[in-house]
Design a protein around this ligand. Sequence first.
Ligand code: GLU
Length: 429
Amino acid sequence: MIVNSVSSGLSAKKMSFKGTESIWTTAKTNIENAANELGYGKSLINQLVYPERELSGFVHVGGIDEPIQVFRTQHNTALGPAKGGIRMMPAVDGETVRGLATDMSVKNSLAGLPLGGGKGGIRFDSAKLSPAQRVDLFRAYTRFMAPIIGPNMDIPAPDMFTNAGDMDIIMDEYSKVVGHNDPGVVTGKSLMNGGSLGRQEATGLGVVHTVEEALLKEGILPNRATAAVQGSGNVGGVAAKYLHEKGVKVLGMSDMYGAIYNKKGLDVPEVLSEIKQKGTLTKYAKAAKISNEDLLKLNVDVLVPAATQGQITEKNAGSILAKIIAEGANGPTTPGADKILQRRGIHVVPDVLANQGGVYVSHLEHIQNRTRDIWPLKTVLDKLAVQMKSRYNEVFTYSIRNKVSMRKAATMLALERIANALKARGRIV
Ligand code: GLU
């Protein structure tokens, strides 16, 4: 099992990845570019860009002097209840949450799910919480958000620095508020509390399915391919593991503290167990230490940015040597960098496509909760593979047919679905 930074107690504050551009600016620009291509008018574009509802306030946890700011944005619910994770980091603010929620509307629509987009945030460093305070915080978050969350309204899930245990607490507290057991309020729970088999590995494995498709299009055999993965948590760590399993040589990996490189290929399972034991990969002996910036510029076939937003910028986009970039993180590429990558002919699998495996299996979890069914792992993983491969090919075909980038194609497809739903509901102003 992959240990993420939450359970290893590392601090989000020490992160060496620094996002440069606001994820809201990135999300907004991506929608505007795609909507312009579709010929949409200003008022429809505004309806697609601006969120429907936002709630923010402060909660208080015993033993912590500071008030803790909490957020939830429900971006667009034309297709169904809002859905998206909760991020806990000191740098989280309203704009970050809004940008991430916007991405979720696009992602869920592209995934063909009966779900809208939402996101939550907690502006706090998780490393400062004792286990008991952490439970108190998630109970407080749930009571605060109880009027606007629920299985038919808005369904949270984990995101950076939140985990299955936190989701169990949300489920428990929400069940107390409504007076009956309601596992469908949240996804990404532990298995014993209604979580789904396969949810934990869904995002990283889903990224790898899209990499396999992209390699096929580029005419590169997986066992001849090389890769670099930025981030070793629940997305990057899992992606590295499956790339390695499928025969791709992973030459570089990184975590919050730095990056490592071995030109012959890393023993990924060994690196992952090192992270589990020591909390970081930077002490791994069988590789050279490099900077995070150098990791992005490695001469590999596939680059998987799976750390955080704003990593590929106008500054480094010109030096990226990878032929394929599969975005495991949300918003790792700024709009300026995206133009450079496109000009250079790099095959970018955008975040809303590459990392949709997480929310897709969240949806499968939600179905199991609502039908009180439990599906075998194989059922979930088979569905995930079909979903990722078919969505990838849908976007690829659309991008060729309309002569637009994969990102623009993905966003256009997603916006068309939302706009059609708004239209059919008579909600276009
Ligand atoms: N936080 C994940 C994402 O950004 C998953 C969201 C979910 O499962 O609802 O896609």
